[in-house]
Design a protein around this ligand. Structure first.
Ligand SMILES: CC(C)(COP(=O)(O)OP(=O)(O)OC[C@H]1O[C@@H](n2cnc3c(N)ncnc32)[C@H](O)[C@@H]1OP(=O)(O)O)[C@@H](O)C(=O)NCCC(=O)NCCS
Length: 180
């Protein structure tokens, strides 16, 4: 059991994928749960291979293709929950919930050519919706406090800061009652 603190209040029940929407650049973006196919894996590798190194958060995504593949193998495992934002057959963004004890750790990445178009907001809501219908009760993350885009995004969907002691903020959200 972790000692992290979680709100007693349950977050909004966001819509689970599949879903689609028009982003601020008038692109039609489809959000779907990762299907485990080679095609989707290769599309993710391609997105992360061209990810701007300046946008790395806490050292991820890794900078070399072999390391990207090792990292993806871990976070795309059967016990993890993954959603992908698609612009046609190109990956615009990806978000993941990785099991960690009695909770799940969240990470989200939107490719630099798709940022600031509302995709991160829709993607994280879809991930939380996917988590809720999959029985996830608690989600946590850490974020560098100067990462304004990410901190805004997390606060807007209902994350609360549970630990502000270090240069990284720890944030948590509850998706279900403990006995639900
Ligand atoms: C964080 C991230 C996922 C946001 O994705 P996005 O698609 O650009 O997000 P949105 O367009 O939905 O915007 C979300 C909010 O952040 C704000 N925002 C986005 N980019 C910003 C920036 N560079 N600086 C300040 N605020 C920013 C938006 O204004 C919006 O806030 P609002 O709704 O109050 O206006 C994206 O910037 C990213 O992938 N960054 C690199 C990786 C990373 O830091 N991941 C998070 C840590 S794991």
């Amino acid at each position: 059991m972790s000692t992290r603190s979680y709100s007693d209040a349950v977050a909004d029940p966001y819509e689970a994928p599949p879903l689609s929407f028009t982003d601020k650049e008038e692109r039609t973006i489809a959000v779907r749960a990762y299907d485990g196919s080679d095609e989707e894996m290769e599309a993710l590798v391609e997105m992360y291979d061209s990810f701007d190194p300046a946008d790395r958060a806490q050292g991820i995504p890794p900078g070399r293709e072999d390391r990207i593949r090792d990292w993806l193998d871990n976070i795309l495992g059967d016990d993890c929950l993954n959603v992908v934002a698609w612009d046609g057959d190109e990956v615009a963004g990806h978000a993941t919930l990785v099991p960690d004890g009695d909770a799940y750790e969240l990470a989200i990445f939107v490719h630099q050519s798709y940022q600031r178009s509302g995709i991160g907001t829709r993607l994280i809501k879809a991930l939380l919706g996917h988590g809720r219908v999959s029985g996830v009760e608690k989600v946590w993350l850490t974020v560098e406090r100067w990462n304004r885009a990410a901190v805004n995004l997390y606060q807007n969907v209902g994350f609360e800061t549970s630990d502000a002691e270090s240069f990284e903020l720890e944030m948590t959200i509850r998706l279900a009652e403990p006995d639900e």
